[in-house]
Design a protein. Structure first.
Length: 362
């Protein structure tokens, strides 16, 4: 993307700044995101949403703009400058729309850049886990009274276990004998876990646990911190949509509490980090605990177990499908990723009673 084109797109939005330069922000793998520097601060984040991945980009943008407006109302007692550091701020176009462009060139949105902030790709100390828990818990708490009927489902069936099992079963029917043989222990594990892994789906479908505004990508890199490592703001809200609290909780735990990277092949390095779990749960429940029902609280550990499983299931399904979804650097890459998640699941399950105890006491 050349500078002239970016300047043109930037100037289609309502701001009072003069474009000076840009740099590409490498965070994320789906959208094109640019830092726009201006003659005088503030700076901005200009993003082109990938409409090949997201089927309804206008709906997606409406989701995140509406939720941000709701969050700003919750912080109306704070100075404007403080609110702008704690909630993503979006700018309308000159025509008053929430985005510029369309299907041909993609959809662009403009946000305020939050100065003096940092993100973390991994958690190396309990304080970061605790602050991350507070941020994601506060996001859920402050949106607990938002009408989810006003949001679209950005990625249909994203955490739907029945849908994921159907994908797996279809892949298993098509898979080569060689791949089935390589993956057999994990295929057996998936087939034997079906009933337990549908518990949360059943509670959601029956209405026993409520559908809420959820973030759906709660890895620690989507939590913004100040330079003193205190939580500031939840970012990357492209996947905000209706869901249940357990999957946001679970995905944070899955990514924060793995002692190794997702692609690690040495399974001895992969364990569930209970101290990080304790720290995250403490911060999370400090902020959202009073908003959750008894049944939601009781099933938080199952949420973590289910999300770890579902990621292992998705990697395994893609391996059986000959790697059509996730990029694979070698023939066994997705199977290794599945093994990684299932080893994490085993370590988590071995500590499950302590996990449940910690969650009750937090």
């Amino acid at each position: 993307m050349n500078q002239e084109r970016l300047k043109y797109v930037f100037d289609q939005f309502q701001h009072e700044s003069e474009f000076e330069s840009f740099s590409y922000l490498a965070s994320g793998h789906i959208n094109d995101t640019y830092l726009i520097k201006t003659k005088n601060k503030p700076h901005y984040v200009l993003q082109r949403i990938n409409h090949g991945v997201f089927p309804d980009v206008p709906g997606l943008i409406n989701n995140k703009v509406s939720v941000s407006a709701h969050l700003r109302e919750k912080l109306a007692n704070l100075p404007k400058e403080e609110v702008q550091r704690r909630v993503l701020s979006f700018f309308p176009t000159l025509e008053g729309k929430q985005y510029f462009g369309g299907d041909e060139e993609g959809y662009w949105s403009l946000m305020l850049f939050i100065e003096d902030s940092v993100t973390f790709e991994t958690v190396v100390e309990e304080e970061i886990a605790y602050e991350g828990g507070k941020l994601f818990g506060e996001f859920l708490n402050q949106t607990s009274d938002f009408d989810v009927d006003n949001l679209i489902e950005v990625i249909p069936n994203f955490h739907d276990m029945s849908f994921r099992y159907k994908q797996f079963e279809a892949a298993l029917k098509r898979a080569t004998k060689e791949r089935i043989d390589e993956a057999k222990p994990y295929i057996d594990l998936v087939l034997g876990s079906k009933d337990e892994m549908h518990i949360l789906q059943g509670l959601k479908d029956s209405g026993a646990i409520p559908t809420r505004v959820t973030h759906n990508d709660t890895k620690i890199s989507n939590a913004l911190f100040d330079t003193g490592n205190k939580g500031l703001c939840v970012i990357d809200t492209d996947t905000v949509m209706p869901g249940i609290v357990h999957y946001d909780f679970g995905d944070a735990i899955r990514t924060i509490c793995n002692t190794a990277a997702e692609d690690e092949t040495d399974l001895t390095k992969i364990n569930f980090n209970l101290p990080f779990y304790k720290a995250y749960v403490k911060g999370f429940l400090e902020k959202v605990g009073s908003s959750l029902t008894t049944l939601e609280l009781e099933n938080l550990p199952l949420g973590a177990k289910t999300i770890i499983f579902i990621m292992g299931l998705r990697f395994l399904t893609d391996f059986l499908n000959n790697d059509i979804y996730y990029k694979a650097s070698y023939s066994m890459h997705n199977l290794d990723r599945a093994k990684n998640q299932f080893k994490l699941l085993r370590s988590f399950t071995e500590q499950y009673e302590e996990v449940k105890k910690v969650t009750r006491l937090a």
